[in-house]
Structures are given as structure tokens and as C-alpha cells.
Design a protein around this ligand. Structure first.
Ligand code: NCD
Length: 309
């Protein structure tokens, strides 16, 4: 059976911990393995850090790498997603890295490519899952020695449309975090029956949620996934729901601020906080390459490792 990475639930027991450990080793200077084969990156949604970090990870492992630009592919000529994917799989890359606006697209791609041996890695599907973002966030925190059972983790902003939040909470639960919180305007909070948020405490009062937090993750409003939404103007939103400089000042001295990017400065986070001492934003970006390197080693390493003893 080919192992894929479509969401946190697709990780076998112990795999998340092993990937995080390996990403940290790489961050601390370990050499990536040498692998053979090629990775095709298919991003149907815009991306800077995720797309480039997957590509750099492939290159650091000695893998070939090809970007498939959907706006220049045959999907613009009426080809279905299934045909595009089957066509690419027929060229036998080692892996397809996929980002798509439809929740569940990576699982359908796994079905369409069954039996080809092509590995599917989800780089974000709709509002459903973004497993490598969750893993790189956790690796960033683990690198600094966070203690999971005693961590108090708050995600704030647009929880409702966030694949980052869904995967993050799934992973934090697995790692043994007990105190999980979310805060945001009612219109951006998930439905109460959304199982992705089971065990996460909802706060109507952002300052109550932030009190004694050890990690604060800020989330952008996912406007591309919202058709109609009555939200206040940016300044009013920032004052009510943003991580303002004043709120950041009141956080415990060792609290860390995360943001998956892209940042909308002055809306969900104050620019001074994004660039300030608590911010781990660029460490997350750096860890993204290491974590994705670890993911390729794990998924592609068994057959293609060519290290000499
Ligand atoms: C996120 C995404 O695309 O889900 N960004 C990322 O991958 N670093 C979050 C976002 O777009 O707001």
C-alpha cells in the first residue's frame, strides 16, 4: 500500500512525532538523504511559502521537481481534474503535491492514482486540511522545547474557513495538548457540530482567551472562501479581534506568536507584533522546508534511498 499524506488522520501512529523530530534534526544541520525520482507540484490555488518550500525540499533531497501551472495546463481546455491527474500519474513522478480549493480533492486523487505507486501529498484542500502546515507549526514549537501537556494554545480569527486551524487542532490533540482555545467574531466561528473543533474551548472574549496563553496562532480572514459576510472595516476588526500591540504586551513573556502567512498586517495582527520578539513567523517558514524534507524522506525514502553506507 502506498502511504500518502492527505490529513493528520492519515498519519500512522508515531509518524507525526517522527516527522517533527526529523525536521528538527534537519533544522539543526543534519544532511538530507539523497532520493531519486521527481515531484510534480500542482497548485490550483495561489501559494508562496508552501509551494516554494515543497520545491526546495525536493531539490535538497536531490529529487527532480516540476511545477504544473494549472492556468497553463489542459484544465483550461475543459479537461477534468481526474483526467489531468491520471495524465500526470501516467508520467510516473514519485509524488504529486496538490493544493485545491475543493475539500477532499487529495482523497479523490489518491483513488484516481491507485495502483500507480504515485504518492499524494496534500498542500491544502479547501477549508478541510493542511497537514504539513500543522506539522511545521508543531515542529517550530517543539524546536523551542514546548511541553505539550501544559501548553495553552489559542487560535484567533477566521476559524470557520481555516484548513490550518482544522489540521492544527487535530495534531495538537494527538500530541497531548489539553488546553485548546479559539476566539473570533461569531460569523467566523465554526458550526458547533464541526467535529474538527471537538475539545476546543470557544471564547467570545478575546482577552479572556489570551490570558496566560503560551501560543497564539493568528489566522487571516479567508475572503476567497466567503461569499457574503458582514464584517466591520479593517480598523474595527483589528481593535476587536486582532492581536494588537497592547494585547501582545499583556501575554506571558515566553508566549510565542504564530502565523501561517500570508499576513494581512493591521487586520488579524499588528505589524509590530508580526515583526516583534514573540513572533515565530519566519522560523515557521524556515521550518516549513525542513518539515517537507522530512515528509519526502518518509514517503519516498524506503525504495529510493541511495545513501552509501
Ligand atoms: C495558508 C493556506 O493557504 O492555507 N497559508 C499557507 O499555506 N501558509 C493560510 C492562508 O492562506 O491564510
Amino acid at each position: 500500500m502506498t502511504q500518502h499524506l492527505t490529513d493528520i488522520a492519515s498519519l500512522p501512529e508515531g509518524a507525526a512525532e517522527a516527522l517533527i523530530r526529523r525536521a528538527i534534526e534537519l533544522a539543526d544541520g543534519a544532511s538530507p538523504r539523497r532520493l531519486r525520482g521527481e515531484v510534480a507540484h500542482l497548485f490550483w490555488e495561489p501559494s508562496t511559502r508552501t509551494r516554494v518550500s515543497f520545491e526546495l525540499a525536493a531539490l535538497r533531497l536531490g529529487l527532480g521537481s516540476v511545477q504544473v501551472d494549472p492556468s497553463r495546463s489542459s484544465s483550461t481546455k475543459g479537461e477534468t481534474l481526474e483526467d489531468t491527474v491520471r495524465t500526470l500519474a501516467a508520467m510516473a513522478p514519485a509524488a504529486l503535491v496538490v493544493r485545491h480549493a475543493d475539500a477532499g480533492a487529495p482523497d479523490r486523487i489518491v483513488e484516481w492514482t491507485a495502483g500507480t505507486g504515485v504518492v499524494v501529498v496534500n498542500a491544502g484542500d479547501g477549508a478541510r486540511a493542511h497537514p504539513t502546515q500543522a506539522l511545521l507549526d508543531a515542529a517550530t514549537l517543539a524546536h523551542e522545547g514546548i511541553d505539550w501537556p501544559s501548553a495553552r494554545i489559542v487560535l484567533l480569527g477566521d476559524l470557520r474557513h481555516s484548513r490550518v486551524a482544522r489540521s492544527a487542532f487535530a495534531l495538537y490533540r494527538r500530541l497531548g495538548v489539553v488546553d485548546l482555545r479559539m476566539a473570533g467574531p461569531r460569523a467566523l466561528m465554526p458550526e458547533s457540530d464541526d467535529a474538527a473543533f471537538d475539545g476546543v474551548r470557544r471564547y467570545d472574549d478575546l482577552d479572556a482567551a489570551l490570558a496566560d496563553a503560551s501560543v497564539v496562532g493568528c489566522l487571516r480572514i479567508q475572503r476567497e472562501r466567503i461569499r457574503e459576510l458582514a464584517l466591520p472595516d479593517d480598523a474595527t476588526y483589528h481593535a476587536a479581534w486582532g492581536l494588537t500591540a497592547a494585547r501582545a504586551e499583556r501575554l506571558p513573556a515566553d508566549a510565542r506568536v504564530l502565523h501561517p502567512g500570508p499576513i494581512n498586517r493591521g487586520i488579524e495582527i499588528d505589524p509590530a507584533v508580526a515583526d516583534g520578539p514573540r513572533s515565530r513567523v519566519l522560523r515557521q517558514v524556515a521550518m516549513g522546508v525542513h518539515l517537507r524534507t522530512a515528509v519526502f524522506e518518509w514517503l519516498l525514502g524506503a525504495e529510493t534511498d541511495t545513501r552509501s553506507a
